[in-house]
Design a protein around this ligand. Sequence first.
Ligand SMILES: *Cc1c(COP(=O)(O)O)cnc(C)c1O
Length: 385
Amino acid sequence: MGEQIKIFRDTWAEINLDHISYNVESMKRHVSDGAIVIAVIKANGYGHGDAAVAEAALEAGASYLAVATLDEAMALRKKKIQAPILVMGASRPENAGDAAKENIALTVFQKDWLSNAKEYIRTGEELRIHLKFDTGMGRLGIRSRNELEGIESAAKRDGHFLIEGVFTHFATADSLDNHYFEQQLSRFEEMIGWMEEVPKYVHSSNSAAGLRFPKAHLNAVRMGISMYGLAPSMEMKPELPFPLKEAFSLHTKIVHVKKIHKGEKVSYGAAYEAKEDEWIATLPIGYADGWVRKLQGQEVLVEGFRVPIVGRICMDQCMIKLPYEKPVGTQVTLIGEQDGARIPVDEIARKLETINYEVTCMVSSRVPRIYKRDGLVIGGVNYLL
Ligand SMILES: *Cc1c(COP(=O)(O)O)cnc(C)c1O
């Protein structure tokens, strides 16, 4: 970062790193004494950009990073991120040596995995592992005492592995009904009791549990969605322990403006018909950018006013209806703030009948990410160049 980035099309996502810092600092203050913040930056930092978010989070007090896949962890190492990284998903035993060499911790939940993996770790190298317990998510993890004892003793018998952590994942921490959460937490505590030795990091909380349940902080909180300033669920919004600041915004600029007459049509299918003389502007953003066809009819901001997308959204472009003529080059905000008006990520999620997590992730790699601090551009990534 720091260098000027080249962008040839006026469509970009802007990431407010001050907000990422603020969210991490707030969580750091909120977590129990002695607990660390693990910044979850899988899926290119939930679409915000992996390295830039990692740097901001580490600077703000996070001390560990987590991703979903070994490829994501390797990508961070390639970008010179040196902090400890945990891969939370499954990795191949054949790649255990690659992870050990890059000081990347892997998630383990099968005994066979360990016996296969040790063949791939060079003598003198050690792979850090976190054991995953399935306490009710039903996705990955050890479920029985038998399995756990087999895995723990196999890992300890072999000098290639260091059990650095143990963790689980909640299925319902974002729901105001705490029943299933409590059940999972008790099961986790019970399973930890089965261990011969409790490892350095014992972690269970995602953002929702981190925000709502100090007793689930243990000694590390895995902070994902809330680091980006988004609430884990709508029902949790009224009871956040500190306000969150959204980091993501999406912008473009008008590339063409025209007046069409009553009865004239717009876009594929000629499905939109002007009811009167109308000003129509064309925007260089479409479904290949993640601005999906279901967003037809969604409003966008032009000079702080809401105007609708009309006609079908194309692969690379879409059209909006303006109240009056605006010049080519006028900035249009699709997500975020403009002149005191705001379209939050949650509004797009509602329109798409999905969750905010999906919205920032789906803005595709064709859209460059621009990073701002104190209102100034400090860098960016154009994934195409
Ligand atoms: C994605 C993920 C998280 C982060 O969850 P948020 O709800 O985004 O905070 C934590 N733990 C695991 C295992 C995950 O897969």
